[in-house]
Design a protein around this ligand. Structure first.
Ligand SMILES: *[C@@H]1O[C@H](CO)[C@@H](O)[C@H](O)[C@H]1NC(C)=O
Ligand SMILES: *[C@@H]1O[C@H](CO)[C@@H](O)[C@H](O)[C@H]1NC(C)=O
Ligand SMILES: *[C@@H]1O[C@H](CO)[C@@H](O)[C@H](O)[C@H]1NC(C)=O
Ligand SMILES: *[C@@H]1O[C@H](CO)[C@@H](O)[C@H](O)[C@H]1NC(C)=O
Ligand SMILES: *[C@@H]1O[C@H](CO)[C@@H](O)[C@H](O)[C@H]1NC(C)=O
Ligand SMILES: *[C@@H]1O[C@H](CO)[C@@H](O)[C@H](O)[C@H]1NC(C)=O
Length: 532
């Protein structure tokens, strides 16, 4: 009873305060019940600071990169990977520059046939291959990649400025217990070289630490290490492949904390480090079959990636210090992606956070599984419509540069998550004006205020706020930028312009579950000056 006055008076205060706020800011637009007043008064405000003196990490210029599954060749590019499509080409251009990695489980079952299949036409309408590969029951029968397929892929990559191909070679083509390039790799590389297809890089095998699970036998990490040394020597002898990177071993990382996987990577690197140009691990947060929407917004799950990095980076520091470290295949949910989650707006939280956390931890390249095919693809299998994560990637490419800055924010619940880089150089001029781009998200169900406390109260900010479009909310397949639907223009020939909302204040309102990019223009950040 004594407590009652105390529990009433704050409510009275709230009501009183809400009138003041009502007059000042016109909250009527979103006031549906009286609770809104309480929220308005108690709106969470967080402060963030960024260190502008120097970058903490530098990523590759192709930091955000993409993958295609080799299973797409097994399925004869079905259901609809039509490289003559204007829409597909426009979308591809929007992600430049990228590495395109063709790889995955199917790579180790791919047989190269040097037959041209002249005049072959792909029949997308009558191809009943499934939309999504079932990666939990991998298909372990061999299939052919003909010269038709290889030309089809390479000509597509070549037609998009800034795209470069990385190909995962079949490590199961072995003689006397060792990888044997004379079986297929030799003719593949020589024929490619003749056609002027100088690849950006090669991998050898996919998730070799899990072979037992798929094949019933193992390839020991030291043996695999020797295979990589062989690859490095052999590809250098092929004209125009001298500069191609050797990348691997593409081990599974969701299990990195399991000792045997850790040991596999360590032993492999001890053997192969000198022949490698980049070390790759794979990463998925959750299993597609059991994934829930809560998981996609769970700060603990988002932070779990850091634990994987810590384990892998420790191994790298011991065995191959300074070697570039890549996420070689990565997405939200393994097993093809979770329908209704990995393919809609909500997937953006895992994707943006992965980009931010990876950059902060010095990961050079993050290869998104996948560009096409699977529920985690950036574009729809049949219609080729861009999904929300496509737009997120597109904006990231335009605004986020390769110099990573140290940013801190005072949210103990880790639900307002924030990263910062120097702003991406703008195409021709190479100018960033020493600007800084913040990017982050609001995982709270309420609006929050973010204060960039080191900047003046009338600082000009360019805001790019992504929110779901339409009644499905976070499950929407469409996304708005500053309230306007993002879509291709001019009959799919053009990407939309990115128009910021410009404000003069160092406090940003972030709506519930929004993803946001904030450019602080021309702040003369020493970290962002071009090297002389
Ligand atoms: C308050 O906002 C609503 C919706 O944006 C608008 O229609 C109305 O005119 C505004 N009222 C005032 C007093 O600004
Ligand atoms: C496995 O792939 C082969 C072609 O390589 C195909 O004929 C077969 O139907 C596939 N099996 C399954 C279970 O998908
Ligand atoms: C693969 O190519 C070989 C040689 O051309 C052919 O005999 C075989 O039938 C092909 N396999 C499939 C599944 O098409
Ligand atoms: C690729 O390897 C298969 C054996 O798996 C062989 O039959 C085929 O001829 C090879 N292709 C080329 C172009 O050498
Ligand atoms: C832009 O900067 C890069 C290095 O950061 C340099 O290699 C390139 O030549 C520059 N381009 C122009 C047009 O100045
Ligand atoms: C840099 O400043 C110039 C002149 O104000 C402007 O035209 C250009 O768009 C700015 N570049 C960026 C990347 O903000």
């Amino acid at each position: 009873m004594f407590l009652q006055p105390f529990s009433i008076s704050p409510v009275l205060l709230l009501i009183f305060a809400s009138f003041l706020i009502f007059c000042e800011t016109n909250v009527s637009a979103n006031s549906e019940d009286t609770l809104i007043f309480e929220k308005t008064v108690n709106v969470r405000q967080f402060s963030a600071r960024v260190a502008l003196d120097r970058p903490i990490k530098i990523t590759d210029d192709r930091f955000l990169s993409i993958t295609l599954s080799a299973g797409l060749i097994r399925d004869k590019w079905a259901p609809n990977f039509d490289t003559s499509s204007v829409k597909l080409k426009t979308l591809a251009r929007g992600l430049s520059p990228v590495y395109l990695r063709l790889g995955g489980t199917s790579s180790d079952f791919l047989i190269f046939r040097n037959i041209e299949e002249f005049g072959k036409k792909l029949d997308f309408l009558n191809n009943d291959a499934p939309d999504s590969e079932d990666l939990q029951i991998p298909n372990t029968t061999s299939f052919n990649m003909t010269m038709f397929d290889w030309v089809y892929l390479n000509e597509f990559v070549r037609s998009i400025p800034g795209w470069k191909l990385i190909f995962d070679l079949n490590v199961l083509q072995r003689t006397n217990g060792h990888w044997d390039p004379s079986i297929n790799a030799s003719s593949l590389l020589v024929e490619s070289s003749k056609k002027g297809y100088c690849l950006a890089g090669f991998e050898l095998g996919n998730e070799p630490d899990s072979f037992f699970h798929i094949l019933g036998y193992r390839i020991e990490p030291t043996v695999l290490g020797k295979d990589f040394r062989q690859l490095s020597k052999f590809k250098s002898l092929v004209p125009c492949m001298g500069q191609s990177l050797v990348i691997g071993p593409d081990v599974t990382a969701r299990t990195m904390r399991k000792y045997k996987h850790e040991l596999f990577l360590r032993k492999f690197l001890q053997e192969a480090h000198a022949s490698l140009d980049a070390v790759t691990i794979h990463h998925y947060y959750v299993n597609a079959r059991t994934a829930t929407s809560e998981q996609f917004m769970d700060p603990d799950i988002l932070d779990s990636l850091k634990t994987e990095f810590d384990v892998a980076l420790n191994i790298l520091a011991e065995t191959s210090p300074g070697k570039p470290f890549w996420l070689g295949e990565t997405s939200s949910a393994f097993g093809g992606g979770a329908p209704g989650l990995s393919d809609v707006y909500i997937a953006g939280f895992m994707w943006m956070d992965k980009l931010g956390l990876s950059a902060r931890n010095g990961i050079s390249v993050v290869m998104r599984q996948s560009f096409y095919k699977g529920h985690y693809a950036l574009i729809d299998f049949r219609t080729l419509d861009p999904r929300p994560d496509y737009w997120l990637s597109f904006i990231f490419k335009k605004l986020v540069g390769n110099k990573v800055l140290d940013v801190s924010i005072d949210d103990q619940e880790r639900k307002v998550r924030l990263y910062a880089h120097c702003t991406q150089k703008n195409g021709k001029s190479n100018q960033t004006n020493e600007s800084v781009t913040f990017y982050g998200m609001n995982l709270y169900q309420e609006e929050v205020h973010l204060k960039l406390s080191q900047f003046s109260t009338n600082q000009e900010l360019h805001i790019y706020m992504l929110e779901p479009n339409g009644p499905d909310g976070i499950f929407s397949t469409n996304v708005n930028l500053n309230g306007k639907l993002l879509q291709l223009l001019n009959e799919n020939q053009e990407l939309p312009p990115l128009n910021p909302r410009i404000q003069k204040s160092n406090i940003i309102r972030i709506t519930p579950r929004a993803l946001v990019f904030i450019v602080v223009p021309a702040v003369s950040a020493p970290a962002c000056k071009s090297p002389k």
